[in-house]
Design a protein around this ligand. Structure first.
Ligand code: SF4
Length: 331
């Protein structure tokens, strides 16, 4: 579906700014391409990426993801801004009798602003996020993504007095909870107080099938994140808490040192990521994806993405091995 979708009182073209919540995965890619398909000027579009590990040593995510996102934005001639929680996933995971860390975000000129972290109660985490729709226990989604994004919009002066549309790529096909998300609604950052900050939320691909997602990616000849070529069906964190046995076995093969640290923390916390068994057992029972090559594994775990994002006409666009594969990793 690439035609403009209409909803009561909703005009896709009526906004001053469009923020695409951009993970680097296929659904956020399709969401961005949907804006291009509908003729939204590139200068009005911003990609926003919440860095799961912050600016610290990579602990939970793919090393390549931030640079892949940066190169994607460059290839399409749009701006990208990063937001993160100081210390990222690991600092929040290890939080003990202390406040949650400040939130950082890039201003228009890419200088970094920092808010929070000085008030509020002390708390202890020391437990991996739990597989649940309840965001208070699945804290990675709320603390490292949703709240960080909202805090940045609320504190960036450039969104005052204008109409902003935030677009995200949740699809109903992925989970029952996502199927019930509103396609259009006021965003949490919407505010009519001392000044006006009009912010709406749009989930344009909620009802898209996976085939439509790949079709628009093929149309724009996008080279997707390397995890898809290795066999992942979703581009989430490398060690996403929703990963199944094959995903964890594959991630463990690619990043043995990091997974050892995650396993040892799981032992230390005496609380497993997967409700039914330990990470060690899960990995042992899984099958490593056959399409993992040395080159792809090195690319996914490096910090510099140097392949063309838009595949030249002289090269075939190929559906990656992970397309229409295992759909785990969403709630
Ligand atoms: S991708 Fe998985 S682990 Fe990462 S923030 Fe989302 S739910 Fe948490």
């Amino acid at each position: 579906m690439t035609a403009t979708q209409t909803y009561p009182d909703f005009d896709l073209h009526s906004y001053d700014k469009y923020i695409v919540s951009f993970s680097g995965g296929k659904d956020s890619t399709a969401t961005f391409l949907y804006l291009l398909d509908n003729g939204i000027p590139k200068e009005k579009i911003e990609l926003w990426h919440q860095d799961i590990d912050g600016r610290d040593r990579t602990f939970f995510d793919w090393e390549i993801t931030p640079d892949y996102c940066r190169r994607f934005a460059e290839a399409f001639g749009v701006k990208i801004y990063f937001q993160w929680k100081e210390g990222g996933f690991k600092r929040e995971l290890l939080r003990e009798n202390s406040r949650t860390a400040p939130t950082c975000f890039e201003e228009s000129d890419f200088t970094i602003s920092k808010i929070g972290g000085t008030k509020g109660g002390l708390g202890t985490r020391r437990k991996f996020p739990q597989q649940s729709t309840d965001l208070s226990v699945r804290w990675c989604s709320s603390y490292l993504k949703i709240d960080v994004c909202t805090a940045a919009i609320r504190n960036l002066k450039r969104f005052r007095g204008i109409r902003t549309l935030v677009l995200s790529g949740e699809r109903g096909e992925e989970s029952a909870a996502r199927a019930n998300y509103a396609i259009f609604e006021p965003d949490r950052a919407n505010w009519y107080g001392k000044f006006i900050r009009h912010v709406d939320r749009h989930r344009p691909i909620r009802d898209w099938k996976e085939a439509q997602v790949w079709a628009i990616i093929e149309k724009y000849r996008v080279r997707v994140h390397p995890c898809y070529y290795m066999g992942w069906g979703r581009c989430s964190c490398k060690f996403c808490i929703f990963g199944n046995k094959n995903q964890f076995a594959s991630a463990a093969r690619i990043s043995p040192v990091q997974i050892a640290e995650v396993i040892s923390l799981e032992d230390e916390f005496k609380c497993t990521i997967n409700r039914s068994c330990s990470l060690r057992k899960l990995i042992d029972s899984g099958k490593v994806y056959e399409n993992i090559t040395k080159e792809l594994a090195e690319l996914a775990t490096s910090y510099n993405y140097d392949l063309p994002i838009i595949i030249p006409e002289t090269e075939l666009w190929l559906l990656p091995a992970g397309a229409f594969g295992e759909n785990c990793g969403a709630m």
